[in-house]
Write a protein that binds this ligand. Structure first.
Ligand code: C2E
Ligand code: CA
Ligand code: CA
Length: 687
């Protein structure tokens, strides 16, 4: 028997290589488990090569560590064949543990196949020495080495399968497992070596062509480390990339969710927006169609929101809208929808047990919003007009229901605001009429359908002091139309600018006539809309009209409402300043209905305050109104402004107002608006 010996350094290296290869295998198994699609094949292929080379080189370094008293060598072909077997069985093992499940019989077959592969590789590697006569194997140790190979393979497969997912201490666990697996692989190899007996006088058939074993060992170690290192590095980098990708994916999902929230909700109030509302209506229609029942769609528009916005600024307006949203939301059941679909427009979608319940819900909303709001230290009062459609009944599609609810809301507003209206088919006709009206309005100027009526103004002494020019539209089909029926439309469409210019021109022309007739101290008052007031050309238009008719500026009063004057205070001041410099008389109309700041009022170059006729109407019954009127009179006197009362209908009112100290009066009692031709004769003053 030839006595073999081992180089301890190489034995140690072989153990290290075995452990490293095991660790790589575990890591790759983890990589494969979290990868999807064709890259799995790439990982199994690459991993099989790296691990196979690792296992094989452990074995080969172990062989090189062994020496006999005779020169040893290895047959190249057989050695390469053993390498191929190592690669194939490694690839097979990786493919097995990368499955989603590893049933026991898979594990057993896998252990057998892999154990057989490793054993084949080992004994083929031994055979590559081409010993003459052949190697004698101790049957017990030989058998033991096979058992170790199969058992170690089984254990390795099981561990790799268990550790394939990324858990908190997975790297540590893999390192521990790699240690065990490495020892098992090495154990198999050295048991197999121990089983080998080399009879006395043996010689190595492969030695003459063999390479120098020291260099061979070094070469194999370097190549193996390089291959395993690259595999490991790739795996770690790829895992990083994957976890980054996972992170990105999750933040993308979150961003998407936020975007959906944004896309479906109103930014200010966080209520659903129109898009989400339409979807909810569709769903509700479907539900009622399937299982019966009713629902109501309520189109809600705030009354008096614009003046708040104008007087206190957008910030307060926004806070008020939020408060309104909150109040609406709190008053409804969670399954009802409140959406904000425009500036001060909300829609309530409520499922009802009985269609009649809509009345309860609507009147509740109206009452709720009529309660004062405390916003930014102010008490604000607004109201709501609601239009209601019911399903089934008032429309078959979401669009139709909304459109009809909108029409009903306009109807509610027309009925004096702060209330609700149920949709009726006739309201749609109204909408069509509305369109026709707009069409007619565009043509009215060219067709010379506008005229002015004049309502006289009187001093407290009873003497006429001028007139207010009030616009009328002589409509070819509808007859004489009052400004309330078309001014809003003209403002919305911008038509008020040319119409307003016409009014200014016509009023100046008429005043010039009266002037020439001897009424040189009279003033004609012209109403300006908010839009005209914002229009840059206003000052020039006024100057042109005065110039054209050679009218002294003091004969023209411009009336702007309190709300208009208080909006964008600075630019109002500038425009009013220019008009005042021209000598034009300025009046603040509908005073008491808006929100004036006293400080600001003081800076306004106005000459007159016109008490809103709402206060005059109930003067005799309502002591509050009397108090307000006397406060306004006192205020006007303090600020050196003339006080005009309009809407005087009874002599009681007349006496009261005169007593309070109003400078001039206007109203049906004293004279109704009439065409210019009738004005003087109605006054019954001698011409
Ligand atoms: P306003 O400026 O407050 O005009 C006074 C309104 O009160 C007029 O209504 C007038 O007919 C009415 N009135 C006068 N005396 C009495 C009375 O004793 N009792 C009652 N109940 N009402 C009285 P009208 O002519 O229908 O005008 C309504 C509004 O239309 C005006 O309110 C004004 O804001 C606007 N308007 C009229 N003409 C023009 C115009 O040329 N341009 C602009 N932008 N607006 C105009
Ligand atoms: Ca007026
Ligand atoms: Ca007025």
């Amino acid at each position: 028997m030839l006595a073999g010996s081992y180089d301890p350094a190489l034995v140690l290296i072989s153990l290290c290589v075995a452990m490293l290869a095991s660790y790589t295998a575990l890591d790759l198994a983890g990589r494969i488990a979290t990868t999807r699609g064709w890259p799995v094949l790439l990982w199994i292929g690459g991993g099989g090569v790296a691990m196979g080379i690792g296992v094989w080189s452990m074995h080969f370094i172990g062989m090189l560590a062994f020496s006999l008293p005779i020169p040893l060598g290895y047959d190249l072909t057989l050695t390469l064949l053993s390498l191929a077997i190592a690669v194939l069985s490694s690839g097979f093992a990786l493919a097995l543990v990368s499955q989603d499940r590893l049933p026991l019989w898979h594990l057993l077959c896998g252990a057998l196949a892999m154990g057989a592969g490793i054993s084949c590789m080992h004994y083929l590697g031994m055979y590559a020495m081409l010993m003459q006569p052949g190697i004698d194997y101790d049957p017990t140790l030989f058998g033991l080495s096979l058992v170790i190979a199969v058992a170690a393979s089984g254990a390795a497969l099981w561990i790799a399968f268990q550790l394939r997912h990324n858990t908190p201490y997975v790297r540590l666990a893999r390192a521990g497992a790699a240690l065990v697996m490495g020892v098992a692989i090495v154990g198999m190899h050295y048991t197999g070596m121990a089983a080998a007996r080399f009879p006395e006088g043996s010689f190595c058939g492969a030695s003459p062509s063999g390479l120098d074993s020291d260099w061979l060992a070094l070469l194999i170690i370097i190549v193996t480390l390089a291959v395993i290192g690259i595999a490991l590095l790739t795996s770690v980098l790829d895992a990083r990339l994957e976890s980054r990708t996972a992170q990105l994916t999750s933040s993308l999902a979150q961003a998407n969710q936020e975007l959906t929230q944004l896309a479906l909700h109103d930014n200010l109030t966080r209520l659903p927006n129109r898009v989400l509302l339409e979807d909810r209506i569709e769903q509700m229609i479907g539900k009622v169609q399937r299982s019966g029942g009713h629902f109501a769609l309520m189109f809600l528009d705030l009354d008096g929101f614009k003046p708040v916005n104008d007087a206190f600024g957008h910030h307060v307006g926004d806070l008020l809208l939020k408060a309104v949203a909150q109040r609406l939301r709190d008053s409804l059941r969670s399954e009802d929808t409140v959406a904000r679909i425009g500036g001060d427009e909300f829609v309530v979608l409520a499922e009802l047990a009985e269609a009649e319940d809509a009345v309860t819900v609507a009147s509740q909303q109206v009452n709720l919003l009529a309660q004062p709001f405390q916003v930014a230290g102010q008490e604000l009062r607004i109201a709501a007009s609601i239009g209601i459609t019911l399903y089934p009944g008032d429309g078959s599609t979401q669009q139709e229901l909304l459109r009809n609810a909108d029409a009903a809301m306009y109807h509610a507003k027309g009925n004096g605001k702060n209330g609700y209206s149920f949709f009726e088919q006739s309201m749609n006709t109204n909408a069509r009429n509305h369109l026709q009206l707009l069409h007619d309005l565009r043509a009215a100027l060219d067709r010379r359908e506008f005229t002015l009526h004049y309502q006289p103004k009187f001093a407290a002494s009873g003497e006429p002091i001028g007139a207010e020019a009030l616009l009328r539209w002589q409509h070819p089909q509808r007859g004489l139309m009052m400004p309330d029926t078309f001014i809003a439309l003209a403002e919305r469409t911008g038509l008020i600018i040319p119409i307003g210019d016409w009014v200014l021109d016509e009023a100046c022309r008429q005043m010039r006539e009266w002037y020439l007739q001897g009424h040189e101290s009279w003033r004609v008052a012209v109403n300006l809309s908010a839009l005209q007031f914002c229009h840059a050309a206003l000052v020039q238009s006024v100057a042109d009209a005065l110039q054209r008719h050679q009218l002294p500026a003091r004969c023209l009063t411009l009336e702007i409402t309190e709300t208009t004057a208080m909006r964008d205070a600075d630019s109002s001041l500038e425009i009013l300043g220019k008009l005042s410099d021209m000598g034009v008389d300025l009046s603040i109309d509908d005073f008491g209905t808006g929100y004036s700041s006293l400080l600001y009022l003081k800076r306004l170059p106005a000459n007159e305050l016109k008490i809103d006729r709402g206060f005059v109407r109930d003067l005799e019954q309502d002591s509050d109104d009397a108090a307000i009127v006397s406060a306004i009179v006192a205020l006007g006197q303090a600020l050196d402004l003339r006080i005009v009362a309009e809407g005087v209908e009874t002599s009681g009112q007349q006496n009261f107002l005169t007593r309070l100290g109003c400078d001039s009066l206007q109203g049906f009692l004293l004279g109704k608006p009439v065409p210019a031709e009738q004005f003087l004769e109605r006054l019954s003053v001698p011409v």
